[in-house]
Design a protein around this ligand. Structure first.
Ligand SMILES: C[S@@+](CC[C@H](N)C(=O)[O-])C[C@H]1O[C@@H](n2cnc3c(N)ncnc32)[C@H](O)[C@@H]1O
Length: 252
């Protein structure tokens, strides 16, 4: 997910619908890989994220790229007030949201032509599961996937089209010890010499060596692009907006 959106399947789908003169809304934009890639093709992009750090990264990159038509809005999507846009997207945010219903209803209500939600079609917990069982003695509850998002949209009366795409697994570790540190955190394990040693012995034969480091034994994972024409289903139940900080990139 990190880095630019170049080559990402969602970007080509978005480019297929964004026309010159359009406004685009990127909800949970992070450092802005989609917002920045779409800015040259749109009249304006509004990029919303609660993290000031993410938004300052976005603004810094925008200045480097000479992009001056991205407006950043600091706040949670549930709380901010923004104008409806022609095209709205929300990439890899939904699993972080407790009340996906209100969140998606607001996305639907804030978009005039086409809404996109992008999220994994693969629970990374599946990857961690054998390790989780080994240390915790039970299966790990899987995180939500696109199927849960589809069910929520269905409840809202939104019928989304689904496309499954494959994304390359980009995570690389410089060493087994580095992987063990990462997995220890993901597996919520205590930082003891014993845990570190056991993790290293489990990971060493499992990780795959590549030219640029060690990776999990998967080359790609599936992701889902959900897209729909807005129904206005959410308009009746929009949460009341709180104040948010809007900033245009130019001069920030
Ligand atoms: C995994 S990142 C995805 C960033 C970007 N959309 C991408 O695909 O590269 C998740 C982002 O969602 C943001 N986020 C978390 N809760 C949010 C909320 N309630 N409303 C809007 N954004 C939120 C986080 O701050 C973070 O930048």
């Amino acid at each position: 997910m990190a880095g630019t959106a170049a080559g990402d399947p969602l970007l080509s789908r978005l480019r297929g619908v964004v026309r010159g003169g359009d406004t685009v809304l990127d909800v949970g934009c992070g450092p802005g890989r989609f917002a920045l890639a779409l800015a040259p093709e749109a009249a304006k992009v509004v990029a919303v994220d609660p993290s000031p750090v993410m938004l300052s990264l976005l603004r810094r990159q925008a200045r480097r790229d000479g992009v001056d038509n991205v407006e950043t809005v600091t706040g949670r999507w549930q709380d901010v007030h923004v104008e409806a846009a022609d095209v709205a997207l929300c990439s890899y945010v939904l699993p972080l949201i407790e009340d996906a219903g209100d969140f998606l209803a607001k996305l639907d209500a804030s978009c005039r032509r086409q809404a996109f939600v992008y999220l994994s079609a693969f629970s990374t917990d599946a990857l961690f599961d054998p390790f989780w069982r080994r240390f915790h003695g039970a299966a790990r509850n899987p995180a939500p996937t696109y199927l849960d998002a589809m069910a929520v949209l269905d409840e809202l009366g939104v019928s989304a089209r689904v496309e499954i795409v494959e994304l390359p697994v980009r995570s690389r570790f410089t060493s087994v010890a580095a992987a063990a540190r990462d997995y220890r955190q993901n597996l919520l394990l205590a930082d003891t010499a014993e845990v570190r040693k056991e993790l290293r012995s489990l990971l060493a034969p499992w990780l795959v060596r590549t030219d640029d480091g060690l990776r999990p034994p998967l080359q790609t994972t599936p992701a889902a692009i959900l897209r729909w024409k807005p129904t206005g289903a959410g308009r009746q139940s929009l949460p009341s907006p709180r104040s948010a900080r809007h900033r245009a990139v130019a001069g920030s």
